[in-house]
Design a protein around this ligand. Structure first.
Ligand code: ADP
Length: 195
């Protein structure tokens, strides 16, 4: 099984590329953001808990996040690959994911696509997205700023350990969707070929 992580600040284009990889390779797309929003929509008790954090632009605590994520992941072991969109976002989440992969003998984290983008572009994109998606956390400039702050503080350095060096692939996220998807596809094909 192949494990592909999409990593980068909010609004960097992770979700868009995840959909592309899913269609191109038939891998399953797991997004914690989507999982949380489904819970909120259905007004589950988890939905109530997580909306507190999401509406404030804060990360949801690791325990809640990992529990939900692993439960969903367990339904996907029959796929050839998993695309991780928005998880892991903390070092603890990396450890939980590694433990799960080991426990179920699913292989290891293979590629980590790191989307790089300037803050001004993120803010512009998120506020624009909010106009059509009506995501509360995209409409409000304070929430957007808080999410970027959370990313810089808690997420941006989680792959700094030398052991990830050869797995990281940098993406200039201000390139067009098409250009990025061609780049991403090449990298994945290359990996599959050399496996
Ligand atoms: P974006 O990447 O644009 O912020 P997401 O849909 O990935 O959007 O996430 C929305 C919100 O869900 C985040 O701001 C955060 O509150 C919460 N969230 C998503 N993934 C995680 C995670 N792995 N750990 C903690 N909180 C998360």
């Amino acid at each position: 099984m192949i494990h592909i992580i999409l990593f980068g600040p909010p609004g960097c284009g992770k979700g868009t590329q995840a959909k592309f990889i899913k269609n191109q390779f038939g891998f399953v797309h797991l997004s914690t953001g989507i999982m949380f929003r489904k819970h909120i929509e259905k007004k589950t008790s988890i939905g109530k808990k997580v909306s507190y954090y999401i509406n404030r632009g804060k990360l949801v605590p690791d325990l809640i996040t990992t529990n939900i994520f692993i439960e969903e992941m367990k339904k996907c072991f029959h796929y050839k690959g998993i695309i991780y969109d928005g998880y892991p976002r903390t070092e603890k989440q990396i450890l939980s994911l590694e433990k799960t992969l080991k426990y179920f003998s699913l292989g290891k984290i293979n590629i980590i696509f790191h989307f790089k983008i300037q803050k001004e572009v993120i803010i512009y994109r998120l506020l624009n997205r909010g106009k059509t998606s009506f995501r509360k956390d995209d409409i409000n400039i304070n929430t957007v700023e808080k999410r970027i702050e959370e990313y810089n503080k808690k997420t941006s350095l989680i792959w700094k350990n030398q052991k990830w060096k050869n797995h990281l692939v940098e993406i200039k996220a201000n390139y067009s969707i098409k250009e990025i998807s061609i780049f991403v596809e090449k990298k994945i094909l290359n990996f599959v070929k050399n496996k």
